[in-house]
Design a binder for this molecule. Sequence first.
Ligand code: TRP
Length: 454
Amino acid sequence: MANGKGQQKSVRAMFTSRFAAVATTVGSAVGLGNIWRFPYEAGVHGGGAFMLCYLFFVFVIGMPVLCAEFSIGRASRANAFGAFDKLSPGTPWRMSGLIGITASVLILSFYAVVAGWTLEYCVEALCGNLDFTDRTAGHETFRSLTGGTHALVWTVIFLAVNSFVVLRGVNKGIERLCNVLMPVLFVILVTFCIRSFFLPKFGEGMHFLFDPDFSKITPDVMLNAMGQAFFSLSLGVGSMLTYSSYFSDSTNLARTALSTALLDTLVAILAGVMIFPAVFSFGLSPEQGPALVFEVLPYVFNQMPLGALWAFIFFVLLFVASLTSTVSMSEISIAYFNEERHISRRKATLISSAITLVGGILCALSFGVLADFTICGKTFFNLFDFMSSNILLPIGAMLYSIYAGWVMKRKYLTRQFSDSVGHLSWFLPLLVFFMRWVCPVAIFIIFLNTIGLI
Ligand code: TRP
């Protein structure tokens, strides 16, 4: 009864078109991860070197894991927990679903805070309060807007909007939202990139982003690039697994995985093209961390005619991108409560929103009264981000890949990729090889390195 009111239990929601399947998965993938996180991670970790590692992880490791999640989701047509119960009853694999559900709550908690900032910045732009004329003003504005209690209020408002969409169900809420907003997002982003082309230091920005300095490729850069690739593709927690359980049988999984990875990477690159020329043109440092888009871009808009309007459009874009991603995070736990615990979609939404609200409040206050409250040297915000992106996502991704490659019955896998297997006889053996060996081994090595064992 994933679609809400009055339906029979056996009727599960399904996306109504192929476009919707791509729009929703790209909607999940494209988000703050691309437009906010990618530029600042690339800025901190050496630009081109980071970009190179990122591309490697998206296409060589991320794509097979995405195919693994897709095949588990559609073969089972169940939520992240129930999928393993259906495909391998009575085994501990269902626990990997629980890891995903926990991780999705952690991610949503800190993500909602940043999404709340985007809403706050939309309003400030409209009121004409973002007309920074120098760098310090950008910094001060960011601090005052995110540090006080209003950031908390905006986090709560964002979570309320998110709950409203998921409450409307898979088709009327999520699908409709993504079908309309994803194309709009692309148009706005391309407009900003054209603008960036005319900035004086366009060349320098491009050089920073695309010209790798190989000496900067360190294990730490690799780990962060892997975390970013997984985060950006929404891998490892069951978002893609849950969405693919709503795909129709005629959706080509390999092609959808490729379109998702390509479009997601394209948006991250466009975000980089939009921001780095501006950073250099205005003499700023690319290494500012999470504040990068919030401090730099309003300053850029201020130099443009109708600056306040551009700023408003940009932050609306960021808000839209966040919303199409957060609905995919919420859907993981809602589908779980709804299908496994037999709770109505409405109650499931309430429960999952209440849990994230607590996490969201802790993360929002990390920039205010809880700024000095740290666990292992990290505020709640940083801790939730680190735990999910660098620990739980890689573990989840590794488990999904091992499951699809080694444990899931081969006939299920073959059936899920039958449309690709027909024309491309090499496809399935190659995919299985990556799922069995390449992805788990690569993830494991980098993971051991993170926790300091190698
Ligand atoms: N991929 C999204 C982004 O780039 C965020 C996201 C949505 C996500 N669902 C997820 C991240 C599941 C990790 C896991 O902004």
